[in-house]
Ligand binder design. Structure first.
Ligand SMILES: [Zn+2]
Length: 453
């Protein structure tokens, strides 16, 4: 009984202290410029850094040096190999009814065109479904363009809704006899700025070259095609590199009370080859690294590990991390990836039952000044690189960021430092700081499911 009372007393004292300390760290985080300096350093000193490139090796060295500089321990480089994809010279040109250059970017994993390019008539569909219901006669021997606009939405849901246009379109067009596939960029901007991204070929289907067209150029092609035959010539010289080296870089703020209980957070260090990968995902690296540093300096009970995953864009680092850390899963008490840009956070989702735990009672009021709601629906995942951990049973917490401008920039030349609002970036760091402080210092075990009520 005595120990029970002592435990209850400790909890009663600890609970307000948890919120008070979190509020103090939140206010410190809002004034802290670590995240901004990290994004600036990575985007200017390394720049674009696709997995498998020489720049990715420089990013690895940058990550190790940065974690050391910021006071992390247990700094590790975990090497593995990936099938990398390297863009080569690319061009596209309208050849009929008149000649005019077109703004395109080849899609990641696309095969190259034959030397000399591929030329053909363009058939335009207003939506992906319209292409799927077209007859082979409409498509055979032609270059397909799916010109479906993307919806701008705070929660970024417009992207998921048309993701298959980019990832699966080439194989669907090829099944119907197309010779090449173009998608209107999965983007919300109307700049003459194509947006790339990864695609895959369906097994057993003929592989055809695939590229993204800028929004204005996709509209031009659609307008012209409505009036008469339109022809374009596409030339892409990409290369697939099996067995290319990649690395995850990690460092820890070691817990003072329960060092063997680890919170895994981070972002992905790789980026596309255009722009400087500022919002995708130097921002995620910066937000999580800065928050871990701030919470780490306050000597948390649990360990916080920051991972800089090395091959998210080509879809390889998440599964790899889950596989290589399977034995460690019982020690990982929570995980979350920041990979939705640098827009302000507006919602937080926690593992089932966490929100109503007494020790978390003041989490909502601590986040309120940052204009963040703790939502009732539990988190189901957090990012591609943590998906395998969550699948293995590691609880997820996840932040919703304002994504209404993210897809103006995403995977394009315009993804640069200048597009990041320092105030929004600091708001992210403050939110992560608060939540990390609660998880790292409470006695709550997020892995224990809430009792049914
Ligand atoms: Zn990303």
């Amino acid at each position: 009984v005595k120990t029970l009372i002592a435990a209850a007393l400790a909890l009663a004292i600890a609970t307000p202290a948890l919120a008070q300390n979190a509020a103090a760290l939140r206010d410190a985080a809002l004034k802290d410029d670590t995240a901004w300096n990290v994004v600036r350093s990575l985007t200017s000193e390394v720049g674009a850094r696709p997995a498998g490139s020489l720049a990715a090796a420089r990013a690895r060295d940058w990550g190790v040096a940065k974690l050391r500089e910021l006071g992390f321990s247990n700094i590790k480089v975990e090497p593995y190999t990936v099938t990398a994809w390297e863009r080569g010279p690319e061009s596209a040109e309208l050849t009929a009814p008149f000649r005019r250059p077109l703004n395109i970017l080849g899609l990641g994993r696309s095969i190259p065109t034959p030397a000399g390019g591929v030329e053909g008539e363009v058939v335009v569909f207003a939506s992906y479904d319209a292409m799927l219901s077209a007859t082979d006669r409409q498509i055979a021997g032609k270059i397909v363009l799916v010109n479906q606009p993307m919806v701008r939405a705070q929660d970024g849901s417009g992207y998921g809704a048309i993701n298959r246009n980019r990832t699966q379109g080439a194989s669907e067009a090829a099944r119907r006899g197309a010779i090449a596939y173009l998608t209107r960029s999965l983007a919300t901007d109307d700049a003459n700025n194509p947006h790339t991204g990864a695609m895959t070929y369906a097994a057993g289907v003929r592989q055809i070259p695939a590229a993204a067209v800028s929004v204005p150029d996709a509209n031009v092609l659609a307008d012209l095609a409505a009036k008469g035959p339109v022809r374009i010539k596409l030339s892409m010289m990409s290369r697939t590199v099996p067995g290319a080296p990649a690395w995850d870089v990690s460092g820890e703020m070691i817990g003072t009370g329960r060092p063997d209980e680890i919170i895994v957070i981070g972002g992905h260090l790789d980026s596309w080859d255009v722009g400087t990968g500022a919002v995708d995902d130097a921002a995620g690296i910066a937000i999580t690294t800065a928050a871990a540093k701030i919470v780490g300096q306050a000597r948390p009970r649990r360990t916080i590990r920051v991972v800089m995953w090395g091959a998210e864009e080509i879809g390889e680092s998440g599964a790899r991390y889950g596989r290589d850390h399977a034995a460690e899963v019982p020690k990982i008490v929570a995980a979350s990836e920041s990979d939705n840009g640098a827009g302000a956070i507006f919602a937080l989702a926690l593992p089932p039952g966490t929100r109503t735990k007494p020790e978390f009672a003041e989490l909502q009021s601590t986040l309120a000044p940052l204009k963040i709601n703790v939502v009732a629906a539990p988190a189901t995942g957090s990012g591609a690189d943590t998906a395998a951990l969550h699948q293995a049973g590691v609880p997820a917490f996840s932040f919703d960021q304002d994504s209404s401008k993210y897809f103006d920039l995403h995977h394009s030349q315009n993804d640069t430092l200048e597009q990041i609002d320092p105030g929004d970036l600091a708001q992210n760091v403050a939110a992560w700081t608060v939540v990390l402080h609660f998880i790292a210092n409470s006695t709550v075990d997020l892995r224990v499911p809430a009792p049914a009520r």
